[in-house]
Design a protein around this ligand. Structure first.
Ligand code: BG6
Length: 494
């Protein structure tokens, strides 16, 4: 279906717009999801001209274009308006431009606003959109909101109320770009299209679940934002809890936005909210020190640009979530995420329980490792490689009878991975289609903040002994002790 629409991007000169949004819009254009009847208004403070803006846009799609002419035609749909988001008169000129583009491109009044800038202004922007009459056009009005959605439950609630004065829940698309990733969407296929797994997906057969989002990069140029946020708010409140809810939810009665949401919210509601004491035993934080990996040297976090010299911000979190429902009672969901770790990798390990009796154990004098079989593990590789593997135990070839772990391994080919639509491309198309399945509902955001707030509060009461892990390693020792205390270990050992 053709998408007639006017995009207004707040933060049009920013990093996200340039790295993600413009290339994604171009891919949609190349595939014909966007034809010639669309327009984009980029707004930000800088006084750019349309020509300069178009040059910038063309620069962001250089690697994707088939011809210069194609790039120029695409870029001709882009218009720039210098804008102070707090000044109401600026919305009047924005409206004028929007109305004229609506006429010019015959957009039938459809509008998608994209808030890709400092969250401090989200409330102000939406209220001015309404007060200055920008939402009075005939078609649909949707707003896409980048994270962070608030900085704790109270601020998120206030922001939500402000946005709700203007947009209904159905018109709000809160982005969590992990939900646009191919292999995150694949979690539901693995679970609900394979009886072999779904029949085992509970506390009778699963020992523990491990969610890793490791990054090898440091904070790069984002020190200013990151030093106020930290890994807990940057990664756990959103991406990790979203993944956890997809892994833990009950099968939805239908694969629809409404049913999926209902189940995800139920799963999040069943996550135990810890007391401050429990936070101390179940969560670990870390901050990277200077380190070395092979012949590369990395600066410590406190030496990074725009980071306080005595910063107490965590760049690493490991923790254990417990889910108090029939399906998951007693199964720890371990999570681990951090910057400047050994390598980049997002992967999920589902660790199955041991068989009731190890009949291959020879005698009581066997060492500990022989008494236990290697666990069956289903691994879902989210990125950079995409695929699944399943570790089983087989017989070691030859005389005698020793068992040996073997792996069934499937990875999408490099060609497939390269041609998979990028998360932002998929999510933009979903928003254009009015499909909110892969966006986060307010109830999910609210509950995620409630879960994370107690961890934050407990941590804020004590000054951590930072830095406590070297750049290039997989985090502090306490992250290993956390699992060892339960008799487990991290399956992924890069
Ligand atoms: C963002 C965080 O949401 O996700 C970043 O703000 C992080 O700090 C990024 O680097 C990771 O995303 P991806 O897609 O590279 O795994």
């Amino acid at each position: 279906m053709e998408k007639k629409v006017l995009f207004t991007i707040f933060g049009g000169t920013g990093d996200l717009a340039q790295r993600k949004l413009y290339p994604s819009l171009f891919r949609l254009y190349k595939k014909g999801d966007l034809k010639e009847d669309f327009a984009v208004i980029g707004t930000a403070r800088r006084p750019w001209s349309d020509d300069h803006y178009r040059e910038v846009v063309m620069g962001t799609i250089e690697d994707l274009i088939e011809s210069k002419e194609q790039a120029e035609t695409f870029a001709s749909h882009f218009y720039y308006q210098s804008h102070d988001v707090t000044d109401t008169t600026h919305y009047d000129s924005l409206k004028e431009l929007a109305d004229s583009l609506d006429q010019k491109y015959q957009l039938e009044g459809n509008q998608l606003f994209y808030l890709a800038m400092s969250p401090n202004f989200f409330g102000t922007i939406v209220s001015h959109l309404k007060s200055q009459g920008m939402l009075e056009t005939e078609g649909y009005h949707r707003v896409v909101i980048e994270k962070p959605f608030g900085s704790d439950y109270a601020s998120a609630k206030q922001l939500n109320e402000e946005i709700n004065q203007v947009f209904s829940e159905q018109e709000i698309y809160r982005i969590d770009h992990y939900l646009g990733k191919e292999m995150i969407q694949n979690i539901s296929a693995i679970r609900f299209a394979n009886n072999i797994f779904e029949s085992q997906w509970n506390n009778r057969y699963i020992d523990n679940v491990q969610i890793n989002i490791a990054e090898d990069l440091g904070v790069e140029e984002r020190g200013g934002y990151y030093d106020k946020s930290g890994a807990l708010k940057d990664m756990v409140q959103n991406h990790i809890l979203q993944i956890l809810s997809l892994l833990a939810m009950e099968p939805p009665v239908a694969f629809s936005e409404k049913e999926l949401r209902t189940e995800k919210i139920k799963a999040l509601n069943a996550i135990r909210i810890y007391s401050e004491e429990e936070v101390k035993t179940n969560f670990v934080r870390g901050q990277y020190a200077h380190g070395q990996l092979e012949d590369q040297q990395f600066a410590g976090y406190r030496e990074e640009m725009n980071v306080a010299e005595d910063s107490a911000t965590e760049t690493f979190v490991a923790g254990k979530f417990l889910i108090d429902n029939f399906r998951w009672s007693g199964v720890p969901f371990y999570v681990r995420t951090g910057k400047r770790l050994t390598e980049k990798g997002t992967r999920i390990n589902i660790v199955f329980k041991q068989v009731p009796v190890n009949v291959f154990k020879k005698d009581v004098t066997d060492c500990e490792s022989k008494k236990k079989l290697a666990p069956n593990v289903l691994t879902i590789y989210i990125q950079p490689t995409e695929g699944f593997s399943l570790s089983l135990n087989g017989k070691e070839i030859g005389q005698g009878f020793d068992t040996l772990p073997v792996k069934l391994d499937y990875r999408n080919s490099t060609e497939i991975v390269e041609n998979t639509p990028e998360a932002y491309e998929k999510l933009l198309l979903d928003a254009l289609n009015g499909d909110g399945t892969n966006f986060t509902h307010w109830d999910e955001v609210a509950q995620s903040w409630r879960i994370v707030d107690v961890i934050r509060h407990a941590w804020d009461k004590e000054t951590p002994d930072f830095p406590n892990y070297s750049a290039g390693t997989m985090g502090p020792k306490a992250a290993y002790d956390l699992l060892a205390a339960d008799g487990f270990e991290w399956i992924w050992k890069p």
